[in-house]
Ligand binder design. Sequence first.
Ligand code: DX5
Ligand code: ZN
Length: 228
Amino acid sequence: MEGKTGIKLAPSILSADFARLGEQVAEATRAGADYIHVDVMDGHFVPPITIGAPVVAALRRCTDVPLDVHLMVEAPEHQIGQFADAGANIITVHVEVCRHIHRTVRAIKELGARVGVALNPGTPVEALGEILSSVDLVLVMTVNPGFGGQAFIDSTLDKIARLRAELDARGLTAELSVDGGINSDVAPRVVKAGARVLVAGAAIFNSGETVEAALGRIRSSLRQAHAL
Ligand code: DX5
Ligand code: ZN
């Protein structure tokens, strides 16, 4: 395993081999993954249906790495309890589907999980204004949610930078995470813009190399770019 860079890497299991999910998560754990990112899709907020709470509970038994559960679901307030019970450490909800975001954020905390809020590419940073000081993580979608392996959207760099500036100006410590199209070419650019957690699916589980090598490639790109 290569040394840490100060930037957290969160392999997204969406691109893992689901027939050997436990092994793949164990590989990511051995390779020093900081979070295991779990993409939950309901077939409504986004077209696919993916993973439910029983899978999260099974993963909980495979790793001690924090499980970063990204809920791409309508009405997430009805789902958060089962994911907290399953062992999710971070539960992230989309602001676009939370009519009572303040209540949902508080409910996640009361369940004992860390709370994240996610923004689609078309949702402005300003949508978070009143809630930013209450969350542990902000997930900036750098593709439109729903599918792995899409191309990074360049215009999100400016959004990441604006969010970084707002967090810093207000002295807030929420983690700034980015999700979608992240690979060793894009990683230094998003870190330079202000991201501190990088979610990556295809670049880690679908790269034609081992999970360890793929994580190492992203870490090296950050070192080479001095984007530590
Ligand atoms: C997309 C998901 C992502 C996805 C990222 O809707 O939220 O977490 O797995 O996959 P890549 O890194 O392949 O774009
Ligand atoms: Zn995700």
